[in-house]
Design a protein around this ligand. Structure first.
Ligand SMILES: Cc1cc2nc3c(=O)[nH]c(=O)nc-3n(C[C@H](O)[C@H](O)[C@H](O)COP(=O)(O)OP(=O)(O)OC[C@H]3O[C@@H](n4cnc5c(N)ncnc54)[C@H](O)[C@@H]3O)c2cc1C
Length: 284
């Protein structure tokens, strides 16, 4: 039998911050990760603070050069959002691959980030977008780059008494192209075996890329941009030979593990294949 725990559901952010101030609460958003962990008895909370009534964290807002996404925004909302489709299409592509419609309509962006899984589908897109995590506690607000926020698999810089209120992302520019591609064991409800997000400013007339971002998922302990490969994208025309050479080096920047889903060697090879496919499609 599961150990009983108390649940409270604050109606405002101020009340939620009060409720978590002593650091003894476990936060619940959509529950698609947390409830599984509780059910598997990997976690035995005493007090769960359910954030789902905090309507102030459910908006996607246009703030001039940036879009701010409330932490309770679901993957489904991002997929449907006009603002996200216009300015952050790579994030839309990532969120569209999460689980199933039920999971996408329940699981939140804040939960995906706080969970800090190397296989999380929002993280490679948010990484190439240089996203920042907005954190709040009774002491005030602070902002960290996503890179600084996630420190190791499942571990973040979130302190007790804090919660994520939002994610701030600079808008992509009109000359930028992007793609997220994920390989799972099947087409739906599959945790990523390997994934890649690429964002680049591309001039089709001379087939040349200037600013760019590349990040792999599920093949590194913590998802980070890969500056070595990004530099190669800007070193000359992106013809088929260049795309082949760049993608063949992908494996050097992965540190995959072997598990039930795939061997490390397969994952490494798939990173090269995914990067080849993505660069080919982005430059066609
Ligand atoms: C069947 C199934 C399939 C799935 N498929 C995928 C998939 O394909 N891709 C993928 O990326 N994920 C997948 N997931 C994982 C999960 O759905 C996502 O990680 C989801 O975004 C988690 O969000 P949530 O709101 O449900 O988080 P919750 O389960 O509520 O919380 C997750 C963690 O984040 C913390 N947390 C939540 N909100 C906040 C906040 N605002 N501030 C601070 N901490 C917070 C919680 O305390 C908890 O530790 C799947 C899960 C299931 C059950």
């Amino acid at each position: 039998m599961l150990q009983a725990f108390d649940v409270i559901r604050p109606r405002s952010l101020a009340d939620a911050l009060d409720a978590i101030a002593d650091g003894n609460a476990t936060l619940l958003a959509g529950g698609t990760d947390l409830l599984v962990r509780i059910k598997k008895r990997l976690l035995k909370p005493q007090l769960v603070v359910d954030l789902s009534a905090l309507s102030e964290l459910t908006e996607i807002e246009d703030e001039r050069e940036q879009i701010v996404i409330g932490s309770l925004v679901t993957h489904g909302q991002i997929v449907e959002s006009t603002l996200a489709n216009r300015y952050l299409p790579v994030l839309v592509q990532g969120c569209a691959t999460v689980g199933s419609p039920q999971i996408r309509n329940t699981g939140t962006l804040g939960g995906n980030i706080a969970n800090a899984s190397p296989a999380a589908d929002s993280l490679p897109p948010l990484t190439v977008l240089d996203a920042r995590v907005i954190i709040q506690s009774l002491a005030g607000k602070r902002e960290l780059s996503l890179d600084a926020f996630i420190t190791s698999p499942g571990k973040t810089q979130l302190r007790s008494g804090e919660l994520i209120t939002g994610i701030a992302v600079q808008k992509m520019q009109d000359n930028e192209r992007c793609l997220y591609r994920k390989l799972g064991q099947r087409k739906a409800l599959a945790i990523s075996v390997a994934s890649v997000a690429v964002r680049m400013a591309f001039d089709p007339a001379i087939r040349t890329s200037s600013a760019s971002g590349i990040a792999f998922g599920a093949v590194v302990p913590v998802i980070r941009r890969v500056p070595e490969l990004e530099r190669m994208l800007s070193q000359g025309p992106l013809d088929l030979q260049a795309i082949k050479e760049i993608s063949e080096r992908a494996g050097e920047f992965c540190a995959p593990i072997s598990d039930l889903r795939a061997s490390a060697e397969y994952r490494r090879n798939m990173c090269s294949s995914l990067l080849y496919e993505v660069l080919y499609d982005l430059t066609s």
